[in-house]
Design a protein around this ligand. Sequence first.
Ligand SMILES: [Zn+2]
Length: 110
Amino acid sequence: MTCPACRTGKLFPNQNMFDYSFKMNSSCSHCNEDFEREPGFYYGAMFLSYVMFGILSLIVVGTLILLFKIEWRLALVCLAFLLALTFVLQFRLARSVWIHLMVDFNPKKK
Ligand SMILES: [Zn+2]
């Protein structure tokens, strides 16, 4: 969750994922890379989040049912609880992955 250009500056002002803040820095404090690239830039992150956490959900539920022999209804409740606890992390991770896919690493940028 660092700047995609310099990998030094932080994307989010608060690093604690349990503060439930969706606030994101507008630019990098180190290289001044713009994190608000254009209106709607992060719409792609929503779709990416859907795919990433859909796959994770299948893995979690599959593991609970197949390995731990938990009933499927309880596995879904566990999944819902896990996803509700980590929704800020999901939001931040999806945005971070998305901007890293779109912006090239440039170690010389200051
Ligand atoms: Zn930077």
